[in-house]
Design a protein around this ligand. Structure first.
Ligand code: AHR
Length: 632
């Protein structure tokens, strides 16, 4: 393999390897958003879903869900608790998201909005483990609860670890109180922000060094119907005023697995997504609803003469992200804690739409956005059907509108990924940039969810990614999808990161993404065998980049075959250097996968002997190899 270090062909886009976040598989509520209480504001369709009541040892009580729609339209329900428990106790128990993951020695911060406390009422909170034993307890001072809501807080430290703990609200005495927003967070979140994100999950994202974060989805952008579409304005401001909606991935609508209780609290909303992008050093890439509900569900579309509010949402989002604090939406961002603009440069119009109805709406958006915000790069979709008639139709129609970035999606078998390593070799170099916005190899497997993320899928994605990288002049953004899945609450698989209430499980696919992303380089360079790129000859695939900042050349090689492959890597014109690393990712069994908590498939790096005119390597069977040579 001859790597032409002296022939940089194009700059690798800093957004080349990014992440696609969607609230699917409990990725947000029950996942990265560290809130432990499910249905904290009683706004689920069944207002007490997730809650159980119990009269304990002589105590008695009752709850009443009341609704003050006229006063608080976005969070109208609250709970009136009436207690007569001078002897025993009246208990309200929250089950969490498939239980609560509680860690020994960790401190948990409880808060509740309380008002109108009457009588002589006491409240304590307790965490109980799977067997009902108390693993942490604290008193909650209710006496401050006057006529208006005030936040009442308490904290406790757990003395044991449990993956399926429960939170108990233990009332004693006699009286009533009105409660809303009953909440429990671990003290230690990502960057220790109160009400923040799960540190272990964000750390995994951070390690990917993503170039962008696409959010908030996925089909949830579209919603099952237009009433339940994702509306960013309802996800910013105080959390208690964010209007909860049913999640598009709730059992009722599609993929009937594990999710009768799937709602979007929007505790993780657009402000938090922008902040996350900033934390990760990534470009924010929001996708907005374009006036179309999910075409796999109702397929409802807004009438063209009623599209303006949708376009206005896009204009206002640009102001929220980039406007100064004198503008209406920029002011809100500043009040939320970020006076500086977020510097948004990309905006997606529609998620995964198709047909003439999309083209029409996309054009209406672009007419306005291009005129008013030429500085924003717009992303268009070409639907979920790569290479079919609908795909060709959309490409044809959109090309007439001079699109800037086109988002292609492919969930296909492993063989497709091998066969498509040259997919972009013949794309029009004067056409729009490509965003490979959702892809994953969907292979055969058994019923264990993580098994879908087997080594075969990761290996074939790696082969395909050498093609993305080799075509980095046209491919500007790429992201695997979906990003995350809760082992007990998933709807779709495979997924890049599996987790449960306590642990995380980076998949082999995660490691492939990380190898490419951490070694993205700055310039694409030719890596040729017998004068041609390796796109599957003898089951070998390769791409190479130069990193002018680190002073390295990085060669990625995939051997998808079952035999070891000898390969000599030449860097013509370069003499031997003393520093070279070889990283190999492989597994003994092609159907092996990583389990949550004890992931065994991970890359191994070693320093190798001086290289230069000819480094002789043997690529192990079914392996991904990254060679990094420091140039002198
Ligand atoms: O990633 C899962 C789903 O796949 C996304 O929500 C949608 O965009 C695609 O169909």
């Amino acid at each position: 393999l001859t790597v032409h270090v002296d022939q940089p062909q194009f700059e690798i886009s800093p957004t080349m390897y990014g992440i696609f976040f969607e609230d699917i598989n409990f990725a947000a509520d029950g996942g990265i958003y560290a809130e432990l209480v499910k249905n904290r504001s009683f706004e689920f369709d069944r207002p007490l879903m997730g809650w159980q009541r119990e009269d304990r040892a002589g105590g008695a009580g009752a709850t009443l869900v009341e609704n003050e729609q006229a006063i608080r339209p976005d969070n109208p329900r609250y709970l009136t608790v009436t207690v007569d428990a001078t002897d025993g106790a009246y208990v309200l128990r929250n089950e969490g998201f498939r239980g609560m993951g509680i860690k020994a020695e960790e401190t948990y911060d409880f808060s509740v909005l309380a008002r109108n406390a009457t009588g002589d009422l006491n409240l304590a909170i307790a965490l109980t483990d799977t067997s009902g034993q108390v693993i942490g307890r604290s008193e909650v001072p209710l006496d401050a609860a006057g006529a208006d809501y005030s936040a009442v807080t308490a904290s406790l430290t757990a003395d044991r670890t449990d993956a399926r703990a429960r939170l108990e609200l233990i009332f004693t005495g006699r009286g009533t109180v009105e409660l809303d927003m009953i909440s429990l967070f671990p003290r230690h979140t990502w960057k220790d922000r109160p009400g923040g994100l799960r540190k272990d999950l964000v750390s995994l994202l951070d390690s990917l060094e993503p170039g962008f974060v696409r959010f908030p989805g996925g089909c949830i952008v579209e919603g099952r119907d237009l009433a339940n579409r994702y509306q960013w304005k309802k996800t910013v401001g105080d959390v208690e005023d964010r209007k909860l909606i049913v999640n598009r991935w709730n059992t009722e609508f599609n993929y009937p697995r594990n999710a009768p209780d799937y709602y979007q609290s929007y505790g993780l909303g657009f402000y938090e997504y922008f902040l996350l992008s900033e934390d990760l050093g990534a470009e924010p890439l929001p996708i907005l609803n374009c006036g179309m509900a999910c075409q796999f569900n109702t397929g409802e579309v807004v009438a063209m003469d009623e599209l303006d509010p949708y376009i206005q949402d896009a204009l206002d989002l640009i102001e929220f992200a980039n406007g100064d604090a004198t503008t209406r939406w920029g002011k809100l961002r500043a009040e939320m804690g970020h006076p500086e603009p977020f510097g948004m440069e990309y905006l997606g119009v529609g998620n995964e739409q198709w047909g003439p109805e999309y083209v029409e709406r996309y054009q209406a958006f672009t007419d306005v956005l291009r005129a008013e915000h030429p500085e924003i790069t717009l992303v268009t979709t070409v639907g979920p059907f790569p290479d079919g008639d609908r795909f060709d139709y959309l490409w044809g129609e959109l090309n007439k509108l001079d699109p800037q970035v086109v988002d292609e999606h492919y969930y296909r078998p492993p063989e497709w990924f091998l066969a498509n390593a040259g997919r972009y070799d013949d794309y029009d170099r004067n056409g729009p940039a490509i965003f490979a916005g959702e892809y994953a190899a969907h292979g055969p497997s058994d019923d264990r969810p993580e098994s879908r993320n087997n080594w075969l899928s990761a290996l074939t994605e790696a082969a395909f990614m050498t093609g993305l990288e080799r075509n980095g002049d046209v491919v500007r953004l790429t992201s695997y999808a979906p990003l995350m899945a809760h082992l007990d609450a998933w709807q779709w698989r495979p997924d890049l990161i599996w987790f449960d209430n306590l642990d995380v499980g980076p998949t082999p696919n995660y490691h492939v993404q990380r190898l490419f992303s951490n070694n993205a380089g700055t310039h694409g360079i030719p890596a040729l065998a017998n004068g041609a790129p390796l796109t599957g000859q003898d089951s070998l695939y390769a791409s190479a980049v130069l990193d002018t900042i680190a002073g390295t050349v990085i060669v990625k090689m995939v051997n998808a075959g079952g035999q070891p492959a000898p390969l000599s890597v030449r860097l013509p014109g370069k003499t031997a250097t003393t520093k070279a690393n070889l990283t190999v990712l492989r597994s003994n069994g092609i159907m092996d996968y990583n389990t949550v908590g004890t992931p065994s498939i991970r890359p191994k790096t070693e320093q190798i002997n001086p290289v230069g005119q000819g480094t002789k390597l043997t690529l192990p069977p079914q392996s991904v190899t990254v060679l990094t040579v420091t140039l002198e």
